[in-house]
Write a protein that binds this ligand. Structure first.
Ligand code: NAG
Ligand code: NAG
Ligand code: NAG
Ligand code: ZN
Length: 722
């Protein structure tokens, strides 16, 4: 499918663009990406800390704006919002202390943060925020510790089964498996008075042979490194004080106490050297082996303490403040369809230097715009508009992108073709990790075939080949690469969940993705240019690879005569979701006299409508009428929007995508229906479950309606669907 479209777009562009075809321009874009320039961009971007709402953050916004202007984009401007941010108190750093029986401090955690290290090129830690948990309330609490593992629901269930409660206690959790905000909310809901979160060596130190050295000698985390991060409990509201609406200067702001996102118990973050001091003084029963980390101690549940330690003090000084953040928006106006937008985005703000997160992505973005600027000087201009966005305040909770979508959501719903996100472009050099809405998966695979793998390996010569080998979807030897659905959290989230814009999210990652869902030095002071240059991508070849892939996908979406949005692929995914429900729950539905027939019919209708439009597109292969192309393209573009419920899904009014789950839900599919089904438990006949069963019935009818809506959008515009 996608291959055919490439050919069509080449011919058409050849007609209007003179000598050079679309393929020639795409080859120029791939060919001119320059690792040395990407390196230089990253060096500049990581010179100073640039947290959202700080002077360093503003200076970098201005740098990006100026760079885009100099590169020759049609426009580059700063789009500000006033959002609630969170910072460590400048004079009283937060800490955790161990107290003896007389209340004297036996030990206090490092308050200054990670020590300066002597590396080449050097980094200057003055201006790096000390470790803090953003949005924690300030306060001092004292109490015994309870170890809660990753603070998942299942972890608290296990504690409960052992008769151990966090009520009135301070919970200590390790990073991993679930988001910060959800760890904290679970502890808070169960009566904990405070929380400590630390990075266990199990998550941040290598255990195998080979790369196990710790920074500054390697890629792994030393015990002094601390992961910063925000602790909002966000389920799509956007910035805490302006839920659902843009944080403009005239916006009405709710009281902080009325925001459900802000935590109410203090929380602090530490590295494993400090955590060791706390954990080794804990008493109580030994934890099961799956709860053991890799510190050389026996991990215990608590809440007793081993003498002479008697309790822990948590002293947190973190402040919130409304400050201005700065998205930067650059535009290359489309030649024929200026009102269709292909958007490339990456955040710019970082907790510290951003050597990986997010500025490896920003460096790639600036290289793409540099080459496109050159191409414009040679007479190139895309068919559709290309938009480039450098988001601010992603780290504080995706505020820059959420507020922008809240301001421009209606326009994006009408005009956005796709949003292509790259955040941590290069965490390591092993394989590509991709997330995508189903309709963009075939395009991504085709683009990866055009990108050469930059080093010599038996796994293949192109990105596609190496990626398929190293991240296969199935165990078959000729398996295509795995592409996940868009769960997780970065700036693509508001696009897909609020508006239903097709998205991609791309990163080069390490081999042990399962063990380390993030990279060890994530959000620590040591996320430096030096880390990237010395241990991750010394020659910036993988940054070039990411720029090539990102640019290839963008150009294809911006130039194709017919949009490379694959609705059949989407129908296939929805069919799999239906099959999952049918396999696991048909008996339950039947036992409760609920029919799945209508849902099955909607899925079949959607599949058929997708096939029919694909057929029509093949038969009009040589049609050059732009109005006809536009008609089909609008159907393809609007298909994903069909799944958006403006009222939000059950219990989540700001989560509007009815098909794709976010990872916030227990099921992979149909988030609201899947959760309603899970809430039923194993016995659907229990009369006490009447209300829950009503929810299942309602959600089933809602999802059926939205899938049928997608089928209707793909049907012939003047057909009999009405
Ligand atoms: C580090 O940065 C601070 C603040 O920007 C500056 O005053 C200081 O001179 C810098 N130190 C070095 C060694 O560059
Ligand atoms: C599927 O399409 C058929 C034929 O148009 C229609 O009768 C049926 O109602 C549709 N199914 C749903 C769930 O709307
Ligand atoms: C489009 O044109 C090509 C070249 O003339 C031809 O081979 C092909 O059959 C045409 N496609 C259709 C669907 O008519
Ligand atoms: Zn990031």
């Amino acid at each position: 499918m996608a291959v055919r479209r490439y050919l069509v777009l080449a011919t058409i562009f050849g007609l209007v663009g003179g000598v050079l075809t679309q393929e020639d321009w795409a080859a120029q874009l791939r060919g001119e990406m320059d690792p040395a320039r990407i390196e230089e961009f990253l060096r500049i971007l990581t010179e100073k800390p640039h947290m959202a709402g700080t002077q360093g953050g503003y200076e970098l916004a201005e740098y990006v704006r100026q760079t885009w202007e100099d590169q020759g984009l049609d426009s580059a401007r700063i789009a500000p919002y006033d959002v609630l941010l969170s910072y460590p108190h400048p004079d009283s750093p937060s800490y955790v202390a161990l107290l003896d029986e007389s209340g004297n401090e036996m030990f206090r955690s490092s308050v200054a943060g990670e020590p300066q290290l002597d590396v080449d090129p050097p980094f200057n830690i003055s201006g790096v925020p000390p470790p803090f948990a953003a949005y924690s309330p300030s306060g001092v609490v004292e109490g015994n510790l309870v170890y809660v593992n990753y603070a998942r629901t299942s972890d608290f269930d296990l504690l409960k089964s052992r008769g151990i409660s966090v009520e009135g206690k301070i919970a200590i959790a390790r990073y991993g498996k679930t988001s910060r905000g959800r760890k904290l909310r679970r502890a808070q809901d169960r009566g904990a008075i405070g929380m400590i979160v630390y990075s266990d060596p199990k998550e941040v130190v290598g255990t195998g042979s080979g790369k196990t050295k710790k920074y500054p000698d390697g890629w792994y985390a030393p015990g002094t490194a601390v992961q910063r991060g925000h602790y909002l409990y966000g389920v799509g509201e956007g910035e805490p004080l302006t839920p659902g609406y843009p944080a403009t200067d005239y916006a009405y702001r709710i009281d902080q106490s009325d925001s459900d996102q802000l935590p109410t118990i203090p929380v602090h973050v530490i590295g494993y050297t400090d955590a060791m001091e706390l954990l080794r003084h804990m008493g109580g029963p030994l934890v099961p082996s799956s709860w053991q980390g890799l510190l050389d101690i026996d991990y215990r549940f608590g809440p007793e303490m081993e003498g002479p330690a008697s309790k822990v003090r948590l002293d947190v000084n973190v402040e919130t403040e409304v400050r201005t953040v700065h998205n930067v928006v650059g535009i290359i106006r489309g030649r024929e369809e200026p009102d269709r937008y292909v958007i490339l985005g990456n955040h710019r703000d970082a907790w510290t230097f951003g050597g990986v997160d997010p500025n490896s992505g920003t460096a790639c973005l600036l290289e793409i715009t540099r080459v496109l600027g050159e191409m414009m000087r040679r007479g190139w201009r895309p068919r559709r508009t290309l938009m480039f966005v450098s988001w601010d305040a992603e780290e504080h909770g995706m505020h820059g992108s959420y507020e922008w979508i809240e301001e421009f959501g209606k326009i994006m719903s009408d005009r956005a073709v796709a949003y292509l996100n790259v955040d941590n472009a290069v965490r390591d050099d092993y394989t590509l990790r991709a997330r995508a809405t189903p309709s963009l998966k075939p395009l991504l695979k085709e683009a990866a075939k055009m990108v050469p793998w930059p080093t010599s390996t038996q796994d293949g010569n192109t990105l596609y080949e190496v990626w398929s080998k190293r991240s296969p979807q199935t165990s078959a030897s000729d398996s295509p690469p795995k592409i996940s659905l868009p769960a997780g959290a970065s700036d693509y989230v508001p696009f897909v969940r609020r508006v239903g814009v097709p998205i991609l999210d791309l990163a080069m990652v390490h081999r042990y993705t399962i063990t380390y869902p993030n990279f060890p030095l994530y959000h620590t002071t040591y996320e430096t240019f030096h880390l990237q240059k010395t241990y991750i991508d010394p020659h910036f070849k993988f940054h070039r690879l990411m720029s090539q892939l990102w640019g290839e996908v963008a150009l294809s979406l911006a130039e194709s005569w017919i949009l490379p949005i694959d609705v059949s692929e989407y129908a296939g995914t929805v069919q799999e979701m239906y099959n999952w429900l049918d396999n696991w729950y048909r008996d339950k539905f039947e036992g409760s006299a609920i029919s799945l027939d209508a849902l099955q019919s909607a899925v079949a209708n959607f599949t058929q409508a997708a096939m029919m439009i694909e057929d029509e597109l093949s038969s009009m292969e040589n049609n050059t009428d732009p109005l006809v192309a536009r008609m089909y393209n609008d159907q393809l573009m609007q298909m994903e929007r069909a799944f958006i419920d403006p009222q939000g899904i059950l219990y989540q009014k700001f989560y509007r995508h009815t098909i794709l789950s976010s990872g916030l839900w227990d099921t992979e599919t149909f988030p609201a229906l899947g959760d309603a089904v899970r809430r039923m438990g194993s016995d659907w006949t229990d009369p006490g479950k009447e209300d829950k069963l009503k929810e299942v019935k309602q959600e089933l009818s809602i999802i059926t309606f939205f899938i049928q809506s997608a089928a209707n959008i793909l049907a012939k515009p003047a057909s009999t669907v009405f």
